[in-house]
Design a protein around this ligand. Structure first.
Ligand SMILES: [Mg+2]
Length: 379
């Protein structure tokens, strides 16, 4: 089997009600670079890249595409190393790796379809066929109703059956953060777990001070308390707090995660399949984490394709640690309005009572709806 073409589709949808995290008003549109890989045997695979879509498209078209055409998709890791070495001198991290991730995922999808098996069967098998999903939401929308809107949204997720929720924090006022978290915690009650995500807006002392307050509120984890470059700072925050510290959505490849994991700078690492180097590289990051007693709970933010890749990867992640009644790694199921996530697959991945079934179909386990793709395609 040989790759005959690598095609990038930029899809975009408008966000009707702009929302923000601690980082600013980032989300007025949702866009993604989707990667379609065609082969001489008529098998087509799909992947997705995290980050600015037009840049990913340009990197793939100018740096990678010609090196993938003519290759056997089953040489996925040979191709990975070749592309990485092609851009190594100026692209060790960041968008070059996001672009590479989309190609890697599409190659895994091709392989699965070629042998009529889901990707999780090709990467070791499913440790579980059902994933516990947590709802990511509770961004900041109405600055006059920050506490009320968070409680309302959290209750809506509880109503939909979610057993865990992740909320945004980092409002420049730790007292307001605590008030908001406490209100959500109380509204959710005992049956629903709660994590918080600061999108790296604090200094080390700010994070430790707020973390100590949050420890009274029974939280799952404190995500991205500080800036991703500051690995030593993560060590300080992690050691100072009993609360689990998470991060890694802005880290890339096994080399980027190596020191974080070896130092146990975080209790939970969160590589993103569409950013950190694809399924091939996330498996290596997960193996590093496992060897150091660090949990791996992937980050996910994208269309139905990125979500499906995350689901396949998660199915094949062992419980850390294994137990009679383990606490398996959860699926990040982002819930802000996004038609690219909800409608791009003919049979979308959905949650029922907080559980997402791992699809059994070949490759990613979803079929891309080409009419929907065309509707949102801008380049
Ligand atoms: Mg996050």
């Amino acid at each position: 089997m040989k790759v005959t073409d690598v095609i990038c589709h930029v899809v975009q949808s408008k966000v009707e009600k702009p929302f923000t995290s601690a980082r600013g008003w980032l989300y007025t549109t949702r866009a993604s670079c989707l990667v379609e890989i065609r082969t001489d045997e008529g098998v087509t695979g799909w992947g997705e890249c995290y980050g600015p879509a037009m840049v990913n498209k340009t990197i793939i078209e100018t740096q990678y595409r010609s090196r993938v055409i003519g290759r056997d998709p089953f040489d996925v890791e040979v191709i990975w190393e070749d592309l990485y070495n092609r851009i190594k001198d100026y692209g060790l991290t960041g968008m070059t790796i996001c672009a590479l991730s989309g190609i890697d995922i599409a190659l895994w999808d091709v392989m699965g379809r070629a042998v009529n098996k889901p990707i999780h069967k090709l990467i070791g098998g499913a440790h579980r066929k059902e994933l516990v999903a947590y709802a990511t939401g509770l961004y900041f929308i109405d600055m006059n109703r920050l506490v009320e809107e968070a409680v309302e949204e959290a209750l809506a997720y509880k109503e939909q059956g979610f057993r865990a929720v992740k909320m945004k924090i980092g409002l420049g006022d730790p007292k307001l953060d605590i008030r908001r978290i406490a209100a959500v915690r109380e509204a959710l009650g005992d049956g629903v777990q709660l994590a918080v995500d600061a999108n790296h807006c604090f200094t080390v002392p700010q994070a430790i001070k707020l973390g100590r307050e949050m420890e009274k509120l029974d939280l799952l984890w404190f995500e991205e308390p500080i800036s991703p470059e500051d690995h030593e700072g993560y060590v300080e925050v992690s050691r100072a707090l009993d609360l689990a510290v998470a991060g890694g959505e802005n880290d890339f490849t096994r080399w980027g995660f190596r020191d974080v994991i070896a130092k146990k700078a975080m209790d939970i690492v969160q590589p993103d399949a569409c950013a950190a180097g694809g399924i091939s590289e996330c498996r290596k990051i997960a193996a590093l984490a496992s060897a150091h007693g660090v949990e791996c709970v992937p980050h996910a933010w994208g269309s139905a394709i990125g979500l499906a890749a995350t689901v396949q990867f998660l199915a094949a992640l062992p419980d850390t640690p294994p137990a009679f009644r383990p606490m398996p790694p959860m699926l990040e199921f982002e819930q802000t309005p996004n038609p690219l996530r909800d409608h791009l697959a003919k049979e979308p991945i959905v949650q029922v009572n907080g559980i997402v079934r791992v699809p059994d179909g070949p490759g990613l386990g979803i079929e891309v709806d080409l009419a929907v793709l065309e509707k949102y395609r801008v380049a």
